[in-house]
Design a protein around this ligand. Structure first.
Ligand SMILES: C[S@@+](CC[C@H](N)C(=O)[O-])C[C@H]1O[C@@H](n2cnc3c(N)ncnc32)[C@H](O)[C@@H]1O
Length: 301
């Protein structure tokens, strides 16, 4: 059945190649964020932690290993990866983040984390309210998210690059089924509506090619490029074939050309990631260094 607003489906693949890509992306993101989270958690205490849309579960497993006294619960709408290898303080379940049934059985948490789940969320207002409602006093919610379309240092690429055209297409087809791949632009307003004040949005870059001068930038750029080149067919296949009605061959041909451009044309491009670099809580201001990637934090009083 084609995906529609009334009958949404997750539009990325659930197979071994996608699980491998998520594992690789976890390394890329952890390295980019310089750790598993930016929220100022006191991990010397036992924490109740929730990871929503956990994918293969690497984030949850790593958190549980780093904080063995904490209890980590992670869920995803599809089972994938090596959930069975988790340590005993980390449990996984299949659940939908957009249903009351899921949230009613979870309990409350010191930390709720969601990373790169924008492709699966239709109602962010409801999600932020649910997260806030399930925080223990002093708890945090942290969302780490990308914001399409992709950008280039060379302004002509906005008109001519196939890669940027692909990301524009992802945004416009996503909008047709309520997947808002630019939602981070609206996040300050959404957070204010959920009761959070003093939100400051900042844009960072997830590099999609090794064009930076410095060694770390080159490595992260190469990793970001590999991640996108590898995942690009799966990211847009459902959107372009089921929503736009393209044939699989047409989409594959387009993607082949884009991959070639990304690997051979020396594009100086990136996937923007937007997040909160600063938020105000009880008159106290917390600021995060600009090199840190997308963060949106809520703290509950
Ligand atoms: C791009 S992956 C990111 C996975 C993980 N957060 C990470 O950073 O590695 C997005 C995940 O969200 C999950 N997802 C999508 N819609 C969901 C929903 N309604 N409820 C729960 N999980 C969902 C997908 O199955 C997928 O594993």
């Amino acid at each position: 059945m084609p995906a529609t607003v009334e009958h949404p489906e997750y539009v990325l693949p659930n197979n071994a190649a996608e699980s491998d890509r998520l594992d690789f992306q976890h390394i890329l993101l952890t390295r980019t964020f310089e750790g598993l989270h930016r929220a100022p958690l006191d991990t010397s205490k036992p924490l109740r932690v929730l990871d929503i849309g956990c994918g293969t579960g690497n984030w949850a497993i790593d958190f549980a290993k780093q904080s063995p006294q904490s209890q980590v619960i992670a869920f995803d709408v599809q089972e994938k990866g090596d959930w069975a290898t988790a340590p005993s303080n980390c449990t996984f379940k299949v659940a939908d983040l957009e249903t009351d049934e899921t949230w009613s059985s979870l309990g409350d948490f010191d930390f709720i984390h969601g990373r790169f789940i924008v492709i699966g969320v239709r109602d962010w207002h409801a999600l932020l309210k649910r997260c806030h409602a399930h925080l223990l006093p002093g708890g945090f919610v942290e969302v780490q998210e990308f914001c399409m379309p992709c950008k280039s240092l060379d302004s002509k690429d906005e008109e001519t690059s196939k890669f940027i055209a692909w990301s524009n297409s992802m945004v416009s087809v996503g909008n047709q089924i309520k997947l808002k791949l630019q939602i981070m632009n609206d996040m300050p307003d959404l957070m204010k509506a959920a009761g959070i004040q003093g939100v400051d949005l900042k844009e960072f870059r997830m590099l999609t090619g090794p064009w930076m001068e410095d060694e770390e930038g080159k490595v992260l750029g190469r990793m970001g490029q590999q991640n996108l080149v590898q995942g690009m067919y799966g990211f847009g296949e459902t959107l372009h074939t089921k929503i736009l009605g393209w044939s699989g061959e047409k989409y594959q041909g387009w993607v082949d050309g884009i991959r070639k451009e990304m690997l051979e044309d020396g594009l100086r491009t990136w996937l923007p990631v937007k997040g909160m670099s600063k938020w105000t809580y009880e008159g106290r201001e917390e600021t995060y260094a600009p090199q840190y990637l997308p963060i949106c934090l809520i703290r509950k009083s």
